[in-house]
Design a protein around this ligand. Structure first.
Ligand code: PHE
Length: 337
């Protein structure tokens, strides 16, 4: 070992030190060169290999290198510390903090929850079924004739394998009765799909909630009583319910269900188109052919079923004028619920 070796190491150390940009790296550098097992300590040990006459001088040089490096470290450390302090001082700690904005339940989910809660109190439980359905469950088992318009690919989305995206939640009636003996008392919230051109009141994807009550003695009066109770719980004590005759393949008789208009209370206004009533649901007594399809004895059981649009209820309750708001997920809209 000679003086040149030491000078080389010194130069390398200085080059390394110049590249250090933070306190942690500074400490690593100190340990590497000046630590107990560091480079400089190594040099001291290697003094043995030097010419005995040179040893005192070389030892002195090594110590000088160490002193210089430590001084440099000290200086750089102080510089880093004061820079950090300057940065802290740049924060204005009197400014109000920024809160992370908490999310909230989507209005569709909120309505589903409310509707389910009300029927829960009447003894209904929640059932669910697949969005991708067979033609059998969506149409055939629901007594829908072969040429019914709702089967048309103009109205319903078909998949390449012949299945489809359910156009209502009614197929879950079939699936549930196939799998359970009567009595049955279920509500079924879920997504539905129809080939509608989107506008203020139509969306190709929307939600329904289905109800099904099957037992030995169930009547249209039960349907009206339960839906009236539901209407009052949802909209307030003064809401009235009316049935209008209608047709669905899977119920007989079938009705459309109106609630008195929440805006004018039934007097007639712009929202209810002066009629005083708002259409809320389709319903009726389960057609015996549906019981036949699921293997129930149609002489032993009767039942009612209903289906209603969740978006429609949300729009009515919250005064939303365009269904598309519910799918755009604009935070300024969602924040209001
Ligand atoms: N499935 C019907 C629809 O989508 C609604 C309905 C459900 C009607 C149950 C009667 C009984 O329009």
């Amino acid at each position: 070992m000679n003086a040149e070796d030491i000078a080389g190491i010194r130069e390398e150390a200085l080059r390394e030190a110049a590249e250090i940009t933070d306190i942690a790296a500074l400490e690593a550098f100190r340990i590497k060169y000046a630590g107990r097992k560091g480079v400089l300590q190594d040099l001291m040990q290697n003094l043995k290999t030097a010419d005995p006459a040179d040893r005192p001088v070389l030892g002195k040089v090594i110590n000088e290198v160490k002193r210089d490096l430590l001084a440099l470290l000290d200086e750089r450390k102080k510089a880093f510390e004061s820079a950090a302090q300057a940065q802290v001082a740049a924060f204005d700690i009197t400014l109000p903090g920024q809160w992370p904005r908490p999310g909230s339940r989507h209005p569709i989910s909120q309505i589903i929850e409310r509707v389910v809660d009300i029927f829960h109190s009447l003894g209904f439980t929640v059932a669910e079924g697949p969005d991708i359905e067979t033609v059998y469950h969506n149409f055939d088992a629901l007594n829908t004739p072969p040429h019914h318009p709702s089967r048309d690919p103009q109205d319903t989305f078909y998949l390449d394998n012949g299945d489809l995206l359910r156009c209502h939640t009614s197929p879950v009636q079939v699936r549930y009765m196939e799998a359970h003996e009567p009595p049955v008392r279920i509500v079924v919230p879920g997504r539905c799909y129809r080939r509608d051109t989107p506008d203020a009141t139509h969306s190709a994807n929307f939600h329904q909630i289905e109800g099904l009550y099957v037992d030995r003695k169930v009547s249209l009066a039960d349907l009206k009583g339960d839906l009236s109770h539901f209407a009052r719980e949802l909209m307030g004590p003064d809401v009235k319910v009316r049935f209008r005759p209608h047709f669905f393949p899977f119920t007989e008789p079938s009705v459309e269900v109106d609630f008195t208009c929440h805006v004018c209370g039934g007097k007639g206004c712009r929202v209810c188109k002066q009629s005083g009533w708002i259409e809320i649901a389709g319903a009726g007594m389960v057609d015996p052919n549906v019981f036949k399809a699921v293997g129930y004895d149609r002489h032993q059981v009767v039942g009612y079923a209903f289906g209603m649009g969740i978006e429609r209820i949300a729009m009515i309750l919250y005064g939303i004028h365009d269904i598309r708001h519910l799918y755009e997920n604009d935070v300024r809209f969602l924040q209001q619920f």
